[in-house]
Design a protein around this ligand. Structure first.
Ligand SMILES: Cc1cc2nc3c(=O)[nH]c(=O)nc-3n(C[C@H](O)[C@H](O)[C@H](O)COP(=O)(O)O)c2cc1C
Length: 210
């Protein structure tokens, strides 16, 4: 028996409400799952300084670069340079060392891939130079480290390098400055981390208190 048109409309509307509720419930469930994974990645990431010879694929590197790209941004002065060449990696591994002594960070040379994060300061305002550029790049670095970890890779954030040598070997213009090298590969160690201050030592509510 055909339904009365108004009853048919009512049932249709009820069905739509039911569908919407299902969608919202589904999305919320999914979001909850994502948040848990994110916390695991944040807490579980450790600096890794020993790597196997296993090749890191372009797709894995691209996933990291994309994660860096999606960090909060102001002027996007960050530049990411992917280095696989062994000779270049050797130069990247040279530390900034006082009094001209040559010291190295072997893990930077031994990593199959290094991603050099630079800032292009050309045309930057004073505030951009002092705050924005470094902070947006730092956010990008953390996104890349977490994405490396998510993909089962090991990485380390390195800032002790020879600025001039890095600039020279990468052909950086005068105002493009290297600020970090992410050494990257499949982990050959668990990564220990170091003791940190407690949360209580660094958190202040409302006003700073010594
Ligand atoms: C700005 C910055 C610079 C760093 N430079 C170096 C470095 O040159 N060499 C290195 O081995 N680790 C470097 N690290 C990694 C820290 O040593 C490491 O994050 C810290 O020991 C905590 O360990 P975890 O990352 O395993 O939690 C640097 C980290 C940061 C944030």
């Amino acid at each position: 028996m055909p339904l009365h048109p108004s009853l048919e409309e009512g049932l249709g509307a009820l069905f739509m409400v039911f569908l919407c509720a299902l969608c919202v419930f589904g999305v919320q469930k999914e979001r909850k799952g994502e948040e848990m994974e994110l916390q695991e990645a944040i807490m579980g990431r450790r600096s890794i300084r020993k790597y196997t010879d296993q090749k890191v694929s372009d797709a894995q590197i691209e996933a990291m670069l994309k994660a860096g790209y999606w960090a909060p941004r102001v002027n996007e002065r960050w530049r990411f340079i992917v280095v696989r060449d062994a000779e270049t990696r050797k130069i990247l591994s040279r530390r900034d060392s006082p009094k001209g002594k040559v010291a190295t960070q072997p893990h930077v040379a031994n990593a199959p891939v290094d991603i050099v994060v630079c800032i292009d300061f050309r045309g930057a305002s004073e505030r951009d130079r002092a705050l924005y550029a470094m902070q947006e790049a730092s956010g990008a670095i953390e996104n890349m480290l977490l994405t490396a970890h998510e993909q089962g890779l090991g990485a380390c954030w390195n800032c002790s390098f020879d600025d001039e040598k890095v600039k020279e070997v990468l052909g950086l213009p005068e105002e493009v400055t290297p600020i970090a090298i992410i050494s990257l590969g499949y982990p050959a160690e668990a990564g220990k981390g170091i003791r940190r201050k407690t949360l209580e030592q660094i958190i202040h509510w409302e006003r700073f208190k010594d």
